[in-house]
Ligand binder design. Structure first.
Ligand SMILES: [Fe+2]
Length: 309
């Protein structure tokens, strides 16, 4: 895969809050406030506000036929995904969120699970972008290389992973999503309680999420997703969700995309580790300086006392 294509696939993982700051701090001070007047003032000064775009799938709308029909895409992307984008833009215009990235909007409005109004539309926009890029014409089959090695390590076998992923997608009650994620840490994040705190770090995990929730809010790195809202499969499979899930796994999954995302997730985890190590060293150096200064002051005081004697 060309580097630019790999970067494009991995791009949904790029997030200012995640990559440079983590969650803590950024979510605590945010207050949702719709302020149309502010927007009017900004517009009158000619300031351009950020706009979330409706990104097309990275293939034509009939490219996944016969497994996912053009008609499904015309509704799913052309109407549902478009509505999430349009509604989100209406919600954030004139607010503090209109200059944020989509990922930052998701994290800020998750609000520790007490969802703020734009969360559902923002997360659904991100989820659908990610879902389209999780598939490709001629997809399916089996991954290879390090991705397959990690799948074998963390699920016992590729078949073990497929069974767990299918079960998560089939048992998500009502609307939602199933995910393969790279879980880099086990600590609770500022924004949410980690749903898998006892698992090992740096491993692949399958999770499911209701409605619009996605694993970014748990500080996990998503690698693959399937949309199990009925609008994703009803035209092609009616109520046969298990058949849709099997078709997705066998004919549609883009393992190239998953591979690129895994590389990005590992790089992000390594960057964080380096940053944490740098902060720890800086703290220890500062502490050593303080200790040395205290010892110097104490010895100076002792010298003064002995001279006075
Ligand atoms: Fe959907």
């Amino acid at each position: 895969m060309a580097a630019s294509a790999a970067a494009a696939i991995a791009s949904p993982l790029k997030c200012g809050l995640i990559s440079s700051q983590g969650f803590s701090g950024s979510t605590r001070s945010f207050q949702w406030r719709k302020n149309e007047k502010r927007n009017v003032r900004k517009a009158s000064r000619g300031v351009i506000t950020a706009k979330i775009d409706l990104r097309p799938p990275p293939y034509s709308l009939d490219a996944l036929e016969p497994h996912m029909s053009r008609e499904t895409f015309e509704y799913h992307w052309g109407k549902h995904h478009r509505a999430y984008v349009d509604n989100l833009n209406k919600q954030i215009v004139g607010t503090e969120l209109d200059t944020k990235t989509l990922e930052d909007i998701i994290l800020l409005t998750y609000n520790k699970g007490d969802l703020l109004p734009p969360f559902n539309n923002a997360a659904q926009v991100w989820n659908h972008d990610f879902f389209w890029e999780s598939m490709k014409p001629g997809g399916g089959g089996k991954p290879s290389g390090e991705l397959l090695e990690l799948i074998n390590r963390d699920f016992g076998s590729f078949e073990g992973f497929v069974n767990e992923f299918k079960a998560a997608a089939a048992t998500q009650f009502g609307s939602g999503w199933a995910w393969l994620v790279y879980k880099a840490n086990r600590i609770d994040v500022g924004n949410a309680v980690n749903p898998r705190p006892s698992d090992e770090d740096k491993k692949l995990v399958v999770v499911k999420s209701p409605n619009a929730v996605n694993p970014l809010v748990w500080d996990y790195s998503p690698l693959l997703t399937i949309d199990v809202w009925e609008h994703a499969y009803y035209l092609d499979f009616q109520n046969r969700r298990p058949d849709y899930i099997s078709t997705f796994m066998e004919k549609l999954v883009s393992w190239d995309a998953v591979n690129s995302r895994l590389e990005a997730a590992k790089a992000r985890a390594a960057e964080r580790e380096e940053e944490e190590e740098r902060k720890k060293t800086e703290y220890e150096d500062n502490q050593a300086d303080l200790d040395a200064r205290e010892m110097y002051l104490e010895s100076s005081d002792a010298d003064d006392d002995s001279e006075a004697d």
